[in-house]
Design a protein around this ligand. Structure first.
Ligand SMILES: Cc1ncc(COP(=O)(O)O)c(C=O)c1O
Length: 383
Protein backbone atom coordinates (compact mmCIF):
# COMPACT_ATOMS: atom_id res chain seq x y z
CA UNK A 1 0.00 0.00 0.00
CA UNK A 2 1.36 3.45 -0.87
CA UNK A 3 0.93 5.49 2.33
CA UNK A 4 -0.60 8.95 2.01
CA UNK A 5 2.13 10.54 4.12
CA UNK A 6 5.14 9.29 6.03
CA UNK A 7 8.02 10.64 8.10
CA UNK A 8 11.21 9.93 6.15
CA UNK A 9 14.27 10.13 8.41
CA UNK A 10 17.22 12.17 7.15
CA UNK A 11 20.59 10.32 7.10
CA UNK A 12 21.96 12.15 10.17
CA UNK A 13 18.73 12.11 12.18
CA UNK A 14 19.45 9.25 14.63
CA UNK A 15 22.99 10.48 15.25
CA UNK A 16 21.80 14.02 16.00
CA UNK A 17 19.12 12.70 18.38
CA UNK A 18 21.76 10.65 20.25
CA UNK A 19 23.96 13.75 20.43
CA UNK A 20 21.07 15.81 21.82
CA UNK A 21 20.27 13.11 24.39
CA UNK A 22 23.91 12.94 25.49
CA UNK A 23 24.53 16.69 25.43
CA UNK A 24 23.01 17.51 28.80
CA UNK A 25 20.79 20.09 27.05
CA UNK A 26 17.56 18.34 26.11
CA UNK A 27 15.23 21.26 26.88
CA UNK A 28 14.43 24.06 24.44
CA UNK A 29 16.81 26.63 22.95
CA UNK A 30 19.89 24.37 22.99
CA UNK A 31 22.58 23.84 20.33
CA UNK A 32 20.28 22.06 17.85
CA UNK A 33 17.63 24.76 18.20
CA UNK A 34 20.29 27.34 17.29
CA UNK A 35 21.29 25.34 14.19
CA UNK A 36 17.68 24.85 13.07
CA UNK A 37 16.90 28.53 13.67
CA UNK A 38 19.88 29.60 11.55
CA UNK A 39 18.81 27.34 8.67
CA UNK A 40 15.19 28.50 8.86
CA UNK A 41 16.22 32.15 8.97
CA UNK A 42 18.27 31.64 5.78
CA UNK A 43 15.26 30.00 4.10
CA UNK A 44 12.89 32.82 5.07
CA UNK A 45 14.80 35.95 4.04
CA UNK A 46 16.41 36.56 7.44
CA UNK A 47 13.28 36.26 9.61
CA UNK A 48 13.71 36.12 13.37
CA UNK A 49 12.75 32.49 14.15
CA UNK A 50 11.27 31.04 17.35
CA UNK A 51 10.79 27.26 17.39
CA UNK A 52 7.50 26.11 18.93
CA UNK A 53 5.99 22.71 19.79
CA UNK A 54 3.67 22.89 16.74
CA UNK A 55 2.33 25.14 14.00
CA UNK A 56 -0.79 25.52 16.14
CA UNK A 57 1.32 26.92 18.98
CA UNK A 58 3.11 29.29 16.58
CA UNK A 59 -0.27 30.70 15.50
CA UNK A 60 -1.40 31.06 19.11
CA UNK A 61 1.83 32.87 19.92
CA UNK A 62 1.25 35.16 16.91
CA UNK A 63 -2.23 36.12 18.11
CA UNK A 64 -0.95 36.74 21.63
CA UNK A 65 2.08 38.75 20.46
CA UNK A 66 -0.22 40.99 18.40
CA UNK A 67 -2.40 41.54 21.47
CA UNK A 68 -5.48 40.30 19.61
CA UNK A 69 -8.67 40.51 21.68
CA UNK A 70 -12.45 40.92 21.47
CA UNK A 71 -12.12 44.31 19.71
CA UNK A 72 -10.33 42.73 16.77
CA UNK A 73 -11.91 41.57 13.53
CA UNK A 74 -9.82 38.91 11.79
CA UNK A 75 -10.32 37.91 8.14
CA UNK A 76 -9.09 34.53 6.92
CA UNK A 77 -10.05 31.90 4.34
CA UNK A 78 -12.66 29.39 5.44
CA UNK A 79 -10.78 26.72 3.50
CA UNK A 80 -8.05 26.08 6.07
CA UNK A 81 -7.25 24.02 9.16
CA UNK A 82 -8.99 24.78 12.45
CA UNK A 83 -5.65 25.91 13.97
CA UNK A 84 -5.57 29.00 11.71
CA UNK A 85 -8.83 30.15 13.28
CA UNK A 86 -8.43 28.74 16.81
CA UNK A 87 -5.51 31.03 17.59
CA UNK A 88 -7.77 34.08 17.11
CA UNK A 89 -11.01 32.50 18.41
CA UNK A 90 -9.19 31.69 21.67
CA UNK A 91 -8.46 35.43 22.09
CA UNK A 92 -12.13 36.29 21.61
CA UNK A 93 -11.66 37.99 18.22
CA UNK A 94 -14.52 38.23 15.69
CA UNK A 95 -13.81 36.06 12.66
CA UNK A 96 -14.80 36.88 9.07
CA UNK A 97 -14.52 34.28 6.36
CA UNK A 98 -13.10 34.79 2.88
CA UNK A 99 -13.61 32.62 -0.19
CA UNK A 100 -10.79 31.12 -2.28
CA UNK A 101 -9.66 31.60 -5.86
CA UNK A 102 -10.73 28.73 -8.17
CA UNK A 103 -7.21 28.39 -9.64
CA UNK A 104 -4.95 28.74 -6.60
CA UNK A 105 -7.40 27.38 -3.96
CA UNK A 106 -6.15 30.23 -1.71
CA UNK A 107 -7.61 33.56 -0.62
CA UNK A 108 -6.36 36.16 -3.10
CA UNK A 109 -6.80 39.96 -3.24
CA UNK A 110 -10.29 39.72 -4.79
CA UNK A 111 -11.58 37.43 -2.03
CA UNK A 112 -10.00 39.61 0.65
CA UNK A 113 -11.65 42.73 -0.84
CA UNK A 114 -15.03 41.00 -0.65
CA UNK A 115 -14.53 39.88 2.97
CA UNK A 116 -12.87 42.67 4.92
CA UNK A 117 -14.60 45.67 6.46
CA UNK A 118 -13.41 49.03 7.88
CA UNK A 119 -13.27 47.22 11.29
CA UNK A 120 -10.80 44.56 10.14
CA UNK A 121 -7.56 44.70 12.16
CA UNK A 122 -5.85 41.43 11.19
CA UNK A 123 -5.73 39.43 7.95
CA UNK A 124 -4.50 35.82 7.93
CA UNK A 125 -3.48 34.20 4.66
CA UNK A 126 -3.04 30.47 4.16
CA UNK A 127 -1.34 29.76 0.83
CA UNK A 128 -2.86 26.37 0.02
CA UNK A 129 -0.06 23.99 -1.00
CA UNK A 130 2.27 27.02 -0.87
CA UNK A 131 0.42 28.76 -3.70
CA UNK A 132 -0.78 32.38 -3.43
CA UNK A 133 -0.53 34.63 -6.45
CA UNK A 134 -1.45 37.93 -4.72
CA UNK A 135 0.56 37.72 -1.50
CA UNK A 136 2.59 40.82 -2.36
CA UNK A 137 -0.56 42.75 -3.26
CA UNK A 138 -2.32 41.54 -0.10
CA UNK A 139 0.61 42.69 2.05
CA UNK A 140 0.48 46.12 0.38
CA UNK A 141 -3.32 46.32 0.82
CA UNK A 142 -2.89 45.54 4.52
CA UNK A 143 -0.04 48.03 4.98
CA UNK A 144 -2.11 50.78 3.31
CA UNK A 145 -4.93 50.27 5.82
CA UNK A 146 -2.75 49.65 8.89
CA UNK A 147 -4.04 46.05 9.09
CA UNK A 148 -1.61 43.45 10.43
CA UNK A 149 -0.92 40.53 8.08
CA UNK A 150 -0.24 37.06 9.51
CA UNK A 151 0.77 34.21 7.20
CA UNK A 152 -0.21 30.70 8.12
CA UNK A 153 2.65 29.26 6.08
CA UNK A 154 2.14 25.68 7.31
CA UNK A 155 2.18 24.45 3.67
CA UNK A 156 4.56 27.06 2.36
CA UNK A 157 8.14 26.47 3.48
CA UNK A 158 10.26 26.55 0.25
CA UNK A 159 7.54 28.40 -1.69
CA UNK A 160 8.30 31.81 -3.11
CA UNK A 161 6.67 34.52 -5.16
CA UNK A 162 8.93 36.46 -7.52
CA UNK A 163 11.91 35.13 -5.57
CA UNK A 164 10.61 36.19 -2.13
CA UNK A 165 9.82 33.34 0.30
CA UNK A 166 6.27 32.90 1.50
CA UNK A 167 6.34 33.39 5.26
CA UNK A 168 8.32 36.61 4.81
CA UNK A 169 5.37 38.83 3.80
CA UNK A 170 3.43 38.89 7.09
CA UNK A 171 4.48 40.73 10.24
CA UNK A 172 4.27 37.26 11.76
CA UNK A 173 4.15 33.86 10.07
CA UNK A 174 3.72 30.31 11.28
CA UNK A 175 5.42 27.16 9.98
CA UNK A 176 4.51 23.57 10.84
CA UNK A 177 6.83 20.57 11.12
CA UNK A 178 4.04 18.06 11.64
CA UNK A 179 4.68 14.59 10.22
CA UNK A 180 2.67 15.52 7.11
CA UNK A 181 4.89 18.48 6.14
CA UNK A 182 7.92 18.65 3.80
CA UNK A 183 10.20 19.04 6.84
CA UNK A 184 9.02 17.13 9.87
CA UNK A 185 10.08 16.40 13.43
CA UNK A 186 6.81 14.61 14.29
CA UNK A 187 5.25 17.65 15.93
CA UNK A 188 6.87 21.06 15.75
CA UNK A 189 6.51 24.57 14.42
CA UNK A 190 8.10 27.98 14.17
CA UNK A 191 7.02 31.58 14.47
CA UNK A 192 8.72 33.88 11.95
CA UNK A 193 8.92 37.48 13.09
CA UNK A 194 9.73 40.45 10.83
CA UNK A 195 9.32 43.29 13.35
CA UNK A 196 12.08 43.61 16.03
CA UNK A 197 9.64 44.91 18.68
CA UNK A 198 7.33 41.95 18.09
CA UNK A 199 10.34 39.61 18.27
CA UNK A 200 11.13 40.87 21.79
CA UNK A 201 7.49 40.48 22.84
CA UNK A 202 7.10 36.99 21.32
CA UNK A 203 10.34 35.80 22.93
CA UNK A 204 9.04 36.82 26.38
CA UNK A 205 5.58 35.29 25.84
CA UNK A 206 7.17 32.00 24.74
CA UNK A 207 9.36 31.82 27.89
CA UNK A 208 6.51 31.78 30.44
CA UNK A 209 6.20 35.57 30.25
CA UNK A 210 9.80 36.11 31.43
CA UNK A 211 12.96 37.63 29.94
CA UNK A 212 14.78 34.31 30.45
CA UNK A 213 16.09 34.34 26.86
CA UNK A 214 17.88 37.64 27.57
CA UNK A 215 19.25 36.14 30.80
CA UNK A 216 20.57 33.07 28.90
CA UNK A 217 22.30 35.41 26.42
CA UNK A 218 23.95 37.22 29.36
CA UNK A 219 22.05 40.46 28.67
CA UNK A 220 20.50 40.67 32.19
CA UNK A 221 21.77 39.20 35.49
CA UNK A 222 18.46 37.56 36.47
CA UNK A 223 15.17 36.95 34.76
CA UNK A 224 11.81 38.19 35.97
CA UNK A 225 8.12 37.85 35.15
CA UNK A 226 7.27 40.49 32.54
CA UNK A 227 3.75 39.54 31.44
CA UNK A 228 1.30 36.63 31.22
CA UNK A 229 2.84 34.02 28.90
CA UNK A 230 3.25 30.31 28.47
CA UNK A 231 5.83 27.67 27.50
CA UNK A 232 6.09 27.37 23.72
CA UNK A 233 9.57 25.89 23.34
CA UNK A 234 10.50 22.88 21.23
CA UNK A 235 12.68 20.31 23.02
CA UNK A 236 16.24 20.22 21.67
CA UNK A 237 15.74 16.47 21.02
CA UNK A 238 13.11 17.35 18.42
CA UNK A 239 15.23 20.28 17.22
CA UNK A 240 17.93 17.66 16.48
CA UNK A 241 15.48 15.84 14.18
CA UNK A 242 14.51 19.15 12.63
CA UNK A 243 18.15 20.15 12.03
CA UNK A 244 18.89 16.84 10.30
CA UNK A 245 15.81 17.28 8.11
CA UNK A 246 16.63 20.89 7.24
CA UNK A 247 20.21 20.00 6.29
CA UNK A 248 18.84 17.34 3.95
CA UNK A 249 16.30 19.57 2.18
CA UNK A 250 18.04 19.95 -1.19
CA UNK A 251 17.68 16.18 -1.72
CA UNK A 252 14.15 15.86 -0.27
CA UNK A 253 12.85 18.87 -2.18
CA UNK A 254 14.33 17.58 -5.44
CA UNK A 255 12.65 14.23 -4.88
CA UNK A 256 9.28 15.75 -3.94
CA UNK A 257 9.43 17.95 -7.02
CA UNK A 258 10.08 14.97 -9.29
CA UNK A 259 7.08 13.11 -7.77
CA UNK A 260 4.90 16.20 -8.27
CA UNK A 261 6.04 16.51 -11.91
CA UNK A 262 5.34 12.84 -12.58
CA UNK A 263 1.75 13.34 -11.37
CA UNK A 264 1.40 16.37 -13.61
CA UNK A 265 2.86 14.54 -16.65
CA UNK A 266 0.43 11.62 -16.32
CA UNK A 267 -2.70 13.46 -15.17
CA UNK A 268 -2.74 16.85 -16.86
CA UNK A 269 -3.13 15.44 -20.41
CA UNK A 270 -6.14 13.46 -19.08
CA UNK A 271 -7.70 16.48 -17.33
CA UNK A 272 -10.12 17.56 -20.05
CA UNK A 273 -11.27 13.99 -20.85
CA UNK A 274 -11.85 13.05 -17.19
CA UNK A 275 -13.17 16.45 -16.05
CA UNK A 276 -10.29 17.05 -13.62
CA UNK A 277 -8.98 20.49 -12.76
CA UNK A 278 -5.70 21.14 -11.03
CA UNK A 279 -4.38 23.72 -8.65
CA UNK A 280 -2.52 26.17 -10.88
CA UNK A 281 0.55 27.84 -9.40
CA UNK A 282 0.77 31.10 -11.37
CA UNK A 283 3.97 32.16 -13.16
CA UNK A 284 6.42 33.60 -10.65
CA UNK A 285 5.05 31.44 -7.80
CA UNK A 286 7.43 28.56 -7.13
CA UNK A 287 5.41 26.00 -5.21
CA UNK A 288 7.12 23.69 -2.69
CA UNK A 289 5.67 20.37 -3.93
CA UNK A 290 3.89 20.10 -0.60
CA UNK A 291 0.78 18.48 -2.04
CA UNK A 292 -0.79 17.48 -5.34
CA UNK A 293 -4.41 18.61 -5.29
CA UNK A 294 -7.09 17.81 -7.87
CA UNK A 295 -10.64 19.04 -8.16
CA UNK A 296 -12.86 16.10 -9.12
CA UNK A 297 -15.82 16.40 -11.48
CA UNK A 298 -19.26 16.41 -9.83
CA UNK A 299 -20.19 12.93 -11.12
CA UNK A 300 -17.38 11.29 -9.12
CA UNK A 301 -18.38 9.95 -5.70
CA UNK A 302 -15.28 10.91 -3.71
CA UNK A 303 -15.87 8.48 -0.82
CA UNK A 304 -16.19 5.60 -3.30
CA UNK A 305 -13.11 6.83 -5.18
CA UNK A 306 -11.09 6.65 -1.95
CA UNK A 307 -12.14 3.01 -1.61
CA UNK A 308 -11.37 2.24 -5.25
CA UNK A 309 -7.90 3.76 -4.82
CA UNK A 310 -7.31 1.72 -1.64
CA UNK A 311 -8.08 -1.42 -3.62
CA UNK A 312 -5.38 -0.21 -6.07
CA UNK A 313 -3.04 -0.04 -3.03
CA UNK A 314 -2.96 3.78 -2.95
CA UNK A 315 -4.09 5.94 -0.03
CA UNK A 316 -5.51 9.26 -1.20
CA UNK A 317 -7.18 11.91 0.96
CA UNK A 318 -9.72 14.70 0.93
CA UNK A 319 -8.84 17.91 2.82
CA UNK A 320 -10.47 20.70 4.81
CA UNK A 321 -14.14 21.02 5.68
CA UNK A 322 -15.08 24.73 5.33
CA UNK A 323 -14.76 26.41 8.72
CA UNK A 324 -17.68 28.80 8.13
CA UNK A 325 -20.01 25.77 7.90
CA UNK A 326 -18.54 24.01 10.97
CA UNK A 327 -20.73 23.06 13.97
CA UNK A 328 -18.73 25.54 16.10
CA UNK A 329 -19.42 28.47 13.78
CA UNK A 330 -23.09 27.49 13.44
CA UNK A 331 -23.36 27.76 17.26
CA UNK A 332 -21.50 31.09 17.26
CA UNK A 333 -23.93 32.55 14.68
CA UNK A 334 -26.90 31.85 16.98
CA UNK A 335 -29.35 31.23 14.15
CA UNK A 336 -28.04 33.88 11.73
CA UNK A 337 -27.41 32.75 8.15
CA UNK A 338 -23.94 31.47 7.23
CA UNK A 339 -21.97 33.56 4.74
CA UNK A 340 -22.07 32.13 1.21
CA UNK A 341 -18.62 31.27 -0.16
CA UNK A 342 -19.33 29.59 -3.52
CA UNK A 343 -15.79 28.50 -4.46
CA UNK A 344 -15.02 27.08 -1.02
CA UNK A 345 -18.33 25.22 -0.91
CA UNK A 346 -17.78 23.82 -4.39
CA UNK A 347 -14.09 22.92 -3.86
CA UNK A 348 -14.21 21.29 -0.40
CA UNK A 349 -16.37 18.23 -1.31
CA UNK A 350 -14.45 17.65 -4.56
CA UNK A 351 -10.82 18.13 -3.57
CA UNK A 352 -8.57 15.07 -3.63
CA UNK A 353 -4.90 14.82 -2.65
CA UNK A 354 -2.50 12.18 -3.92
CA UNK A 355 0.27 10.71 -1.74
CA UNK A 356 3.49 12.75 -1.83
CA UNK A 357 6.42 11.91 0.44
CA UNK A 358 10.06 10.89 0.41
CA UNK A 359 9.21 7.22 0.99
CA UNK A 360 7.74 7.01 -2.55
CA UNK A 361 9.52 6.16 -5.78
CA UNK A 362 8.72 7.64 -9.19
CA UNK A 363 7.18 4.24 -10.05
CA UNK A 364 4.85 4.65 -7.05
CA UNK A 365 3.78 8.09 -8.33
CA UNK A 366 3.27 6.63 -11.78
CA UNK A 367 1.16 3.81 -10.36
CA UNK A 368 -0.90 6.21 -8.19
CA UNK A 369 -1.62 8.53 -11.13
CA UNK A 370 -2.58 5.70 -13.52
CA UNK A 371 -4.70 4.07 -10.82
CA UNK A 372 -6.54 7.37 -10.42
CA UNK A 373 -7.25 7.51 -14.15
CA UNK A 374 -8.64 3.93 -14.04
CA UNK A 375 -10.77 4.65 -10.96
CA UNK A 376 -12.27 7.81 -12.45
CA UNK A 377 -13.04 5.96 -15.69
CA UNK A 378 -14.80 3.30 -13.58
CA UNK A 379 -16.76 6.07 -11.84
CA UNK A 380 -17.88 7.44 -15.20
CA UNK A 381 -19.18 3.98 -16.20
CA UNK A 382 -21.21 3.84 -13.00
CA UNK A 383 -23.20 6.99 -13.92
C1 LIG B 1 -2.95 25.23 7.22
C2 LIG B 1 -2.49 24.69 8.53
N1 LIG B 1 -2.27 25.52 9.54
C3 LIG B 1 -1.85 25.09 10.74
C4 LIG B 1 -1.65 23.76 10.98
C5 LIG B 1 -1.24 23.31 12.32
O1 LIG B 1 0.04 22.79 12.34
P1 LIG B 1 0.45 21.71 13.45
O2 LIG B 1 -0.13 20.40 13.06
O3 LIG B 1 1.96 21.72 13.40
O4 LIG B 1 -0.05 22.19 14.76
C6 LIG B 1 -1.90 22.84 9.95
C7 LIG B 1 -1.79 21.39 10.20
O5 LIG B 1 -1.01 20.64 9.87
C8 LIG B 1 -2.32 23.31 8.69
O6 LIG B 1 -2.58 22.48 7.66
Amino acid sequence: MIAFTRHCPAPTESRYVSEALGSGHTEGDGPFTRRAVQLLSELTAGSHVLLTPSGTHALELAALALGVGPDDEVVMPSYTFSSTANAFALRGARLRWADVDPRTFSMEAEQLEAAWTPDTTVVVTMPYGGVCKDIDRISRMCAARGVRLVEDAAHALFANVEGRPLGSFGVLSALSFHRSKNVSCGEGGALLVRDPALAVQAEILREKGTDRSRFLRGEVDKYTWQCAGSSWLLSDILAAVLTAQLEHTPETQRHRMSLWRRYAEVLEPEGARLGLTFQQPPPGNEHPAHLFAIRLPTHVDRARLLQRMASEQVRVASHYEPLHLSPFQARMRKGAAAPVLPETESLAPRLLRLPLHGGMSLEDADHAARALVRCIEAEALQR
